[in-house]
Structures are given as C-alpha cells and as structure tokens.
Design a protein around this ligand. Structure first.
Ligand SMILES: Cc1cc2nc3c(=O)[nH]c(=O)nc-3n(C[C@H](O)[C@H](O)[C@H](O)COP(=O)(O)OP(=O)(O)OC[C@H]3O[C@@H](n4cnc5c(N)ncnc54)[C@H](O)[C@@H]3O)c2cc1C
Length: 529
C-alpha cells in the first residue's frame, strides 16, 4: 500500500532467522555473505545452514571470475587458505580454440582486464581502423601477452587479492565447499545442521513456515534460501517459479567430466580456462595444482553418449598422451538449460543451480551466485512487508542477468563459420538467435560495442567482453567507414595508449613469475595467515 512521506513503517514479522538449505558453493557463499554483512549490527540475524549428509554437492564448477576475490575478502577468508587447501590456481580469462573454424589455428583469448582507458576511449574502433592485423586482445591489453607466456597475474610480494593484471581462480569445487564450510562455522557463527529435508510447512499466505528434517528437527525461519541444487526442493514447489527453458537457443544439455592427474607434477599451468570447440559441443580444460579438470559439454540431440565420451577421451589422449585413460572416471551430468521465471517467491529465494543453469561457457554460474548472495545480504529485508519489494527487485534483476548470459553465450556460437556438423549449422542458424542479440549485431556493423551495450553498473558481462569475443571470432563491421573523422581526432592519444600497452607487456613479461612458480612459492610458504 502506498505511504505518505514520513509515515513510519511498522516492524511487523521481523526477519530474524534465515535458513539456507544446501551446502554446495551456493549455500555456503550465501550464508557467509549474509552473516559477514550483518554480524556487527545491533541484532544480527541467525543464519542456519542445513545440508543432507547423504546427497553430495555437484562437485564441478571450477572456474571463477575476478568477482570471487571480492567475495572471499568480504567474508574474511585468507587467499592463502584457498591456494593451499583447494588446489587453486590463477585464472586470467578463457582461451577459445576452434570456435570460428575447426582446428588449432582458430584461436583467441577473452582476458579479464578491460582494454586500456576503456572508460573514455573505445580502442576497438581504432583497432578496426588499422585493419586488425594483430589480435584485438593483444592490441587492447597487456594481459594477453602475460596469458600467452603462462605467467602469473602478480608477484610473490604482491599482497593477497591484489594484482598486476586482473584474475579469478580455478579450484577444486569439493575442496572449496569444505573450506567455506569450516570458515563459515568457525569464523562467521553460522549454525550447521546436518539432515535431510523431509517436509515443508506452509503458512496460509503460501510462505514457508518451517522445514522438518529426517532427524525430527523442525526449523522455523523468516526467510528460506533454496540452495538444494538441481533438485530445487523449495522453489520448485511454486508454479510461478517454473523453469524458462533456453534449449531452443543454447542446445547443450549434458556434460561428461573427468579429473586428469598430471603425468609430470611440475607441468606448466596455463593461466586461462581452455575451451576447445568439438563437433557437438565444446571441451573445458582447467589446470589445477596437481590435476586438470576436463569436461565435454554437448547437445544430446546431436551426439550420443558414446560419441561424446569418445570425443573427450580423444581430447585427453591428445593433450596428455601419458595418461592411462582406463584409470579415469568419466561422470555424466545432464541438465536442462534454463532459469526460473521467478527466483524469489514469498519468503523463499533460489540461489545457485536451484535458480537455473546454462552450460558453463564463460563460467557465469558462480558469478550469478555471488550477485544473488550479495543482493540478498545487502538488501536483507527487515520485515515481511519490505521483503515483497526486495523480492520483486531481485526477480527483475536476475531475469535481466539471465537474459544477458543467454545472449552473451549465444554470441560465441552465432558468429562461428563452422559448417562441419549439424550441431554447428544449428547453432549458427539466425532463427535461434535472440532478437536483442540480432539487433546488437546489426548495430555493431556500424560501431564497436561500448558502454551503451551494457549500461547497468552491475552488468555481469561488460561491453568489453562482447568486444573480445566479437573480434576474437573474426567479426568485421561493414558500415564503420562513416566514423573516420572521430577516429582521426583521437589518433595521437591512441598511439600513446598502444605504446604504453606494449611497454607494460614487456615489463610484466620480464617481472612476473610463471603461474606454476608463483603457486609453488605461495603454497610452500609457512606462516602466511
Ligand atoms: C558440468 C558443469 C560445469 C560447471 N562449471 C562451472 C564453472 O566452471 N564455473 C562456474 O561458475 N560454475 C560452473 N558450474 C556451476 C556450478 O557447479 C554450480 O553453480 C555451483 O557448484 C553451485 O551448486 P549448488 O550449490 O547450487 O548445488 P550443489 O552443489 O548441487 O549443492 C546442493 C546441496 O543441496 C543439498 N541437498 C540436496 N537435497 C537435500 C535435502 N533433501 N535435504 C538437505 N539438503 C539437500 C546437498 O546435500 C548439497 O549440499 C558448472 C556446473 C556443471 C553442471
């Protein structure tokens, strides 16, 4: 009901207890961020996390964005713990191979650093004017040569979480959830309750009143966070939260994952996720300290399980010829690509796989979890009345983010020139491209993407990401000649920026240790907090 200015809002049905169901990455990150954000308040909410002792976490999800550094800092987790306890390595972006055309020669990187002076200068337009002889990422940021050299994003003396070039992580997802668990319980005061959810009690208005576990324990709360993964045990009960499938846009619906030990323990560690296109999907390859995480994401409509398995086995045999394939366990993970129509209904909000999942290209799932959890913690409703407003805004924001994720991932496919399989022909079909992306692709024929293409302050993918993929995939605009005069004006500045980039790249390539060397030093150091 609208209120007169200055009218007091009654504190009715105050939000005092929050129950998070699920102890995967989504559950622990959400519980930790809420507890960390409110622990110094006069009346901190009680945060309880319930987890089934019988149902394992999904255990994949090994690549993060730079935002994870901020999240870990907010919850007070020392970076040394992550590096030592989770097999973590530094990730500076993604290297795509074979996406434009089949074969190793078709390759580009999407680095995490923005092009130089991005706030006020659109380097992409100038790069296009030069004819694009060097790869765009090499022209735009010193990070590309750092990645190419397998170098770390920082030096040994660089403080925790600080960097020379922007980075996120690769880590072992199971070990990461266990580290978060220990930290949340011992440092953030989160109450951990093992037990299987057996029954959900509702109030008359449809809100959840309490959860009953198989241990007999009854947990009443004011807000319930569904982090039960693909089971979606709480949010899945609400018809208004039905799944919006995106399978008609992004066809991949199955993954086959394996952990591949290194034949040589000192093997160089790439500082990027390697994403290699395959006839009916693509393969991820992530370098952790003692093993690689490898997986094939594919469309079950275009490849049988046996064909997909053969593809990933061939890949492992090629990149790691000394690996005994018979010793590896290949795990199949089916998923329905899509997201909830509403993510927050009544006093129940979904975070993580319960809210949706689309193939792990560009690793946006953990970033979405961080965004959701940070929104919940910052706007934690004081009472049930404000919860309705927070929920509406949460739903609007998440719907926007998911739309952008779908659009950005589709960009990787629709620009491909591959014609070697039914899968790629279907992926490229303009009829499967969202209208918003088709409009942008038309506009980008006359101008390079920039701030207007990703206008919100909390965009998941900045417009720079669109540039890296667009030009990495070989897109060249047909209508840009009209911009000649404006380009001419900035010519001297651009020359200085490009020269400075090259100088920074030279310095960093001589100063930075390799990814492997830095990790060895950091994980072997004693006495680091
Ligand atoms: C193949 C694949 C690759 C991926 N790669 C990436 C990546 O590189 N980067 C990225 O950001 N993301 C990635 N993801 C996504 C990422 O794995 C997930 O977003 C992340 O792990 C969060 O999972 P979750 O916590 O939502 O669910 P889960 O890890 O499945 O956790 C669910 C929890 O719910 C609990 N639970 C279930 N039922 C009950 C019950 N009845 N009672 C009590 N508790 C219950 C379970 O015990 C468990 O603790 C990938 C996903 C897949 C499928």
């Amino acid at each position: 009901m609208p209120r007169a200015p200055g009218e007091t809002v009654a504190v009715q049905s105050a939000v005092r207890t929050i129950v998070v169901v699920g102890g995967g990455t989504a559950g622990w990150i959400t519980a930790s961020l809420v507890a960390a954000q409110h622990r110094d308040s006069a009346e901190p909410p009680e945060v309880v996390l319930v987890e089934s002792p019988d149902i394992p976490i999904i255990g994949v999800g090994e690549g993060t964005w730079p935002s994870m550094r901020m999240t870990l800092q907010k919850i007070g987790l020392p970076e040394a713990d992550l590096l030592r306890q989770c097999e973590a390595s530094f990730k500076q972006g993604t290297r795509f191979t074979g996406w434009s055309r089949p074969g190793e020669a078709s390759q580009y990187v999407h680095p995490f650093s923005l092009p130089a002076e991005y706030a006020t200068l659109n380097l992409a337009e100038h790069w296009l004017a030069t004819g694009g002889a060097v790869p765009f990422a090499d022209f735009a940021t010193p990070q590309a040569p750092v990645i190419a050299g397998g170098l770390a994003p920082k030096q040994l003396a660089t403080p925790e979480y600080a960097f020379n070039v922007n980075y996120g992580y690769h880590f072992d997802a199971g070990k990461f959830a266990r580290l978060l668990h220990r930290h949340a319980v011992t440092r953030l005061g989160i109450r951990y309750v093992p037990g299987n959810l057996q029954q959900v009690e509702h109030r008359e208005n449809g809100d959840i009143a309490a959860l009953v576990l198989d241990t007999g324990e009854r947990l009443a709360a004011d807000l319930f966070v569904d982090c039960t993964g693909q089971r979606a045990l709480l949010i899945g009960r609400y018809p208004e939260a039905g799944l919006v499938s995106v399978k008609h846009i992004l066809f991949n619906d199955t993954a086959i994952a394996a952990q591949v030990p290194y034949a040589d323990p000192g093997q160089p560690l790439p500082s990027v996720t390697c994403a290699t296109a395959a006839p009916s999907g693509w393969i991820w390859d992530i370098g952790l300290q003692t093993r690689r995480g490898v997986g094939h994401v594919y469309s079950s409509a275009h490849a049988s399980e046996a064909e997909a398995l053969a593809t990933v086995r061939d890949y492992v045999a090629r990149v790691s010829p000394r690996t005994d394939l018979e010793q590896l366990t290949f795990r199949r993970i089916p998923f329905e690509p899509g997201h909830r129509r509403q993510f927050w209904v009544g006093n129940c909000v979904a975070v993580g796989l319960s809210g949706g999942f689309i193939e792990p290209l560009e690793a946006s799932a953990l970033a979405l979890i961080e965004q959701s959890a940070s929104l919940i913690s910052h706007q934690l409703p004081v009472n049930r009345e404000t919860m309705t407003v927070v929920a509406r805004r949460f739903n609007e924001k998440m719907a926007y983010h998911w739309e952008r994720v779908v659009e950005f991932l589709k960009l990787h496919y629709v620009l491909s020139e591959r014609d070697d399989s039914e899968y790629w022909r279907a992926c490229r079909d303009p009829a499967t491209c969202p209208t918003s992306l088709r409009d942008k692709l038309l506009l980008w024929q006359q101008q390079a993407p920039w701030h207007d293409d990703a206008p919100r302050v909390d965009e998941l993918f900045p417009s720079a990401s669109y540039q890296y993929v667009l030009y990495g995939m070989g897109f060249r605009p047909a209508l840009m000649s009209a911009r000649g005069a404006a380009l001419h004006r900035d010519r001297e500045r651009v020359g200085r920026v490009v020269q400075a980039n090259a100088e920074k790249a030279r310095q960093m390539c001589s100063l930075l240790p390799t990814n492997r060397a830095l990790l060895d030093s950091l994980t072997q150091m004693r006495g680091v907090a």
